[in-house]
Design a protein around this ligand. Structure first.
Ligand SMILES: [Zn+2]
Ligand SMILES: [Zn+2]
Length: 169
């Protein structure tokens, strides 16, 4: 039996919030002398209603489908603020910038399928330890890292090379 592909692995379990994302954002904005305006509140609630990887265009389409009217400029600016507030994490993928929750979610890494665009999550303790050892060897204290494996997901790899698959049988 072949090992399960990453696409079949269950999603990571969310962590408990110490504070609601909305409150965390409000505090962050207050320090900067800014307000949690109604559109910003709507955005943070909408974004935190589900865990996924999304880009600005997908978010805008999603908001429109839900009947919300938020300007593009507000969406872009709020996304930037949410990244600065450590509520969202930016993922620089090959062809786009995606976002995901950086709060109330376990740390993990990604695989990006450059054929279908799927973004798969995984955690690997060895990788984290390696990161810490590499950093320590340079007198560096690691507080984070970015690691994205690019290539083809199981489905795309199978669709692309039927012959190679037959060879293995
Ligand atoms: Zn794929
Ligand atoms: Zn992720």
């Amino acid at each position: 039996m072949s090992p399960p592909s990453a696409a079949e692995s269950p999603p990571l379990a969310p962590l408990q919030f110490d504070q609601r994302p909305e409150e965390k954002f409000r505090e962050f904005l207050e320090i900067r002398g800014e307000k949690l305006t109604e559109p910003r509140r709507l955005l943070v609630r909408h974004i935190y209603s589900s865990h996924k990887h999304f880009d600005a265009d997908e978010l805008i389409a999603d908001l429109q489908a839900a009947g919300h009217r938020v300007s593009r400029a507000t969406v872009y600016r709020t996304l930037r603020l949410l990244v600065e507030a450590h509520l969202l994490r930016e993922l620089r993928l090959t062809n786009r910038t995606a976002y995901e929750h950086d709060y109330g979610y376990p740390s993990h890494d990604h695989m990006h399928c450059t054929t279908c665009g799927a973004v798969l999550e995984f955690t690997n303790e060895e990788l984290r330890n390696l990161r810490d050892r590499v950093a320590a060897a340079h007198g560096f204290r690691a507080t984070g890292h970015r690691f994205i494996i690019t290539g083809q997901c199981g489905t795309c790899a199978r669709a692309r090379s039927p012959r190679r698959r037959l060879d293995r049988i």
